[in-house]
Write a protein that binds this ligand. Sequence first.
Ligand SMILES: Nc1ncnc2c1ncn2[C@@H]1O[C@H](COP(=O)(O)OP(=O)(O)O)[C@@H](O)[C@H]1O
Ligand SMILES: [Mg+2]
Length: 255
Amino acid sequence: MLELKNISVEAEGKPVVMDVTLSVKSSDVAVLMGPNGSGKSTLVNAVMGHPHYRVTKGKVVLDGADITKLPTHEKATNGLFLSLQHTPKVGGINLATFLHKVHVARTGEESDILEYYLELRELAKTLSIPEALLDRPLTAGLSGGERKLSEILQLAVLKPKYAILDEIDSGVDVDAMKTVYAALDTVKKSGTGMLVISHHPSLLEHLRPDQVHVMNAGVLAKSGGPELATDVIKNGFCKVLECPVVETCRARKRS
Ligand SMILES: Nc1ncnc2c1ncn2[C@@H]1O[C@H](COP(=O)(O)OP(=O)(O)O)[C@@H](O)[C@H]1O
Ligand SMILES: [Mg+2]
């Protein structure tokens, strides 16, 4: 289980996220929604250890171990994966070579890169992800949608215990979106628990979330099942949260 326990986060010394608690089990899909600026990205970046964010309270617990203060690469080694909303541009290494290096680092085996490359191509084909992405730089020069597909392929190869996906479907065209959801379903079936930040109606059809959380003004304002996401998509955040003034959510949380 991935547990976020009473997490509060500061960005640039300013409190942005307050007292968020939620947990994700293996093979579970939890969806996190919320208006722009409500603190979703701040929360997940802080969980992974992004240097611009500081966890001021609470714990991140992965399968019983407190990983809050571990450096990001150790969180990754322990099985946590984050796909950033705004992926930085990384060039100088192509996706296949990057994944091969990760494979060698993880297994300690100097496996043959050509053989590994052929396996990666096969996997990309199975997931309907363009194989040509394997020869492209990790992220530099890729379109927004290509970057997301590249990350989905990384996710499918790395099979983390828990994946946090921040707007994995933004900038992805309708056909590629089906590819993304089918790949996520395969990853979920392999046991990966997922926390997905998305507002996309098709996510609900394809991934059937087990739990849905809505953030507003830095707090977890409402939690429920898939019907909560349907309600938000149909009626909007203000109506669902009965909380047109963002401060109201914070005040309620305090009381
Ligand atoms: N590095 C940062 N420095 C200062 N303020 C930030 C930083 N990152 C996010 N914020 C602020 O925190 C709030 C939440 O942002 P964010 O987590 O990106 O929202 P969301 O992902 O829900 O749209 C916003 O007001 C944003 O401007
Ligand atoms: Mg965001």
